[in-house]
Design a protein around this ligand. Structure first.
Ligand code: C5P
Length: 234
């Protein structure tokens, strides 16, 4: 598979065309940003770890019947994916109060939620990714009602699959963000699933093993990503 024209460069990834028009190549970068790009940094080794971790989760989910964009891992920091028409909605699923939910609702970080909470955010750097609901999604014509009910169902299944996988590995899935897109008339799970897009806590100590270490200047960022990988495959 030939690496072609650079189609898009985001904060943490680059997307290239390949010689197959239905397949793109994703390259994971070591660059990290937070707070809508206000905080910038480099986490050495992150690109490689996020590529491996995402590939691992996509394989796990495909094995459980979730349709994803993942095709195969092709390099240390590269994977092939199906070309998606991205739906500009970030889907966040939460099991434990943290981050913006803890702030918005005045809950203590670490409070277990009695059931998973699903939230939608409009992907727009200009607007700072505002939270939206099904009505906003319909009015903005981002996705159909049918697509959104399918997406919510898949997001909750992904939550169950990942939690069952992570619990025996001593990792608590606090929350995570998914993105979806259309490919040949089907909705596929896209983007990445990594410590950049999930909150993982050590079940016993509640130590943060994710991008919050970068956001909150806690240090040991690369080590935390390494530790997640070790627990996934160890
Ligand atoms: O910041 P907040 O608490 O809303 O984040 C919820 C989850 O979504 C976290 O796991 C965070 O890493 C992820 N997220 C993301 N990309 C964003 C916003 C949130 O991956 N743009």
């Amino acid at each position: 598979m030939q690496k072609g024209e650079l189609l898009y460069e985001g904060k943490a990834k680059k997307v290239y065309r390949t010689d197959d028009p239905g397949v793109y190549l994703v390259e994971y970068k070591d660059d990290a940003t937070a707070f809508n790009g206000l905080k910038k940094g480099v986490i050495s080794g992150k690109g490689e770890l996020n590529n491996k971790i995402s590939a691992h989760f996509f394989r796990l989910l495909e094995g459980k019947g979730i349709a994803t964009h993942f095709v195969k891992q092709v390099g240390e920091r590269e994977m092939l994916v199906r070309a998606l028409e991205i739906i500009p909605v970030e889907v966040v699923v939460r099991n434990i109060a943290a981050g913006s939910l803890a702030r918005r609702l005045g809950m203590d970080e670490g409070t277990a939620l009695p059931r998973p909470v699903v939230e939608y955010y409009y992907k727009s750097d200009e607007l700072g990714d505002p939270m939206i609901n099904d009505d906003h999604i319909a009015v903005l014509n981002l996705a159909t009602g049918e697509e959104m009910s399918a997406i919510k169902k898949v997001a909750l299944s992904v939550n169950e699959i990942l939690r069952s996988y992570l619990t025996p590995r001593n990792l608590e899935l606090v929350d995570f963000k998914l993105e979806f897109g259309r490919h040949e008339g089907k909705i596929l799970l896209g983007d990445e699933i990594s410590p950049d897009t999930c909150r993982f806590w050590d079940t016993r100590t509640k130590e943060k093993l994710d991008k919050d270490r970068f956001r909150r200047d806690l240090g040991g960022v690369e080590e935390a990503y390494q530790e997640v990988w070790r627990r996934l495959v160890g």
